[in-house]
Design a protein around this ligand. Structure first.
Ligand SMILES: NC(=O)c1ccc[n+]([C@@H]2O[C@H](COP(=O)([O-])OP(=O)(O)OC[C@H]3O[C@@H](n4cnc5c(N)ncnc54)[C@H](OP(=O)(O)O)[C@@H]3O)[C@@H](O)[C@H]2O)c1
Length: 312
């Protein structure tokens, strides 16, 4: 295997469940149902074997349809792909968790998940309304359930063989620590926004020290312009190494020891984003020294999903 092939096929061992997560992941946060189907099939055909889904994305049926068709067409076994879904904020009450899990599984047309994440540490009013609001338009939170209550029910899913591994998303290090310390089954994965403008170094160090896989979303800065794809350091490195800015950003993420999620929407971009190679050490260091700091998604602060408006 060439160095580049080994790099893009890298798998990261999980602390429980005997699984390994492919470092290069395809994210399915795509609003349009038809694009969800074509992009998921294109990603599978390009070589992606890790698919990040969520009940909140409201497109698990389309992802399931695309995966079923793509696996059959490519002669790819279910065991060769790694599929994640996430428990939404309105299902944090322990008695709602198995129902939410089963519904995701059914929509995805699968009989197990490789990974199930608590989507955010914020519990919303329990129910089928994903975005419960009061008369003034404020989110209705649920103070009757703690994150540890929810985590205990997630542990029980693993105990009963319903999913192979569990983890958390949109969580800060200070919120993660008490869960990590109290957990019987330690979080295998933490999924957060990370890129050169938001390196989350402290959280990454904690994850590396404790065998937790750090899974970076928005590694291209969500494709925003102006933004990372046009950053002068990234552009200069890209020109020097003969790769695109997107490939440089994805390689940097893998090289610093994180897994990543990217969302190419066309076949050409899926091939581009899968075709990454290790960066020379000086180029890697130059990117790591970028000083710009920007968080693009506020979900970690409120539990309300969404990237900041373009250009802000
Ligand atoms: N846990 C959470 O709360 C959370 C939050 C957000 C995201 N996520 C996950 O992370 C995944 C990835 O997030 P993301 O969408 O921000 O990822 P991203 O890969 O940083 O950004 C995707 C955007 O970049 C553009 N792009 C993709 N490939 C490109 C290329 N080769 N050259 C130029 N532009 C390119 C696309 O633009 P076009 O639209 O023009 O194709 C797309 O809109 C999501 O799908 C989701 O699974 C999780």
């Amino acid at each position: 295997m060439t160095e580049s092939l080994e790099f893009r096929m890298m798998r990261m061992p999980l602390s429980h469940g005997n699984g390994k997560m492919p470092a290069l992941g395809f994210g399915t946060l795509i609003p349009d149902p038809a694009v969800t189907i074509s992009a998921t099939r294109d990603a599978l055909a390009a070589g992606f074997r890790h698919f990040d889904c969520a009940e909140r994305y409201r497109n698990e049926s389309e992802v399931g349809e695309a995966l079923q068709a793509g696996l059959a067409a490519g002669g790819i076994a279910r065991e060769e792909i790694f599929v994640t879904s996430k428990l939404w904020n309105s299902n944090h009450q322990p008695e709602r968790i198995e129902g939410a899990f089963d519904a995701s599984l059914k929509r995805l047309r699968l009989n197990y998940l490789d990974l199930y994440l608590i989507h955010t540490p914020f519990a919303f009013q329990p129910g089928d309304e994903q975005d419960p609001r009061d008369q003034n338009g404020n989110v209705i939170y649920d103070n009757g359930v703690t994150l540890l209550d929810t985590w205990r029910a997630m542990e029980s899913l693993v105990d009963r063989g319903r999913c192979r591994a569990i983890g958390l998303s949109d969580i800060s290090l200070s919120e993660l620590l008490p869960i990590y310390e109290s957990a019987r089954i330690k979080p295998a994965v933490v999924e957060v926004e990370a890129h050169p403008y938001l390196p989350e170094t402290e959280l990454l160090q904690f994850c590396k020290k404790n065998g937790v896989v750090f899974l970076a979303f928005a590694p291209l800065g969500h494709g925003m312009k102006p933004g990372l794809l046009e950053d002068p350091v990234i552009s200069a490195v890209a020109a020097r190494v003969g790769k695109t800015a997107a490939q440089v950003l994805l390689a940097w993420a893998v090289q610093r020891g994180t897994a990543l999620l990217t969302t190419p929407k066309t076949a050409a971009r899926a091939r581009e984003n899968f075709d990454i190679s290790p960066l020379p050490e000086d180029a890697f260091d130059e990117i790591s020294r970028i000083q710009t700091r920007q968080r693009l998604n506020q979900v970690v602060k409120t539990g309300i999903p969404g990237f900041i408006a373009q250009g802000n």
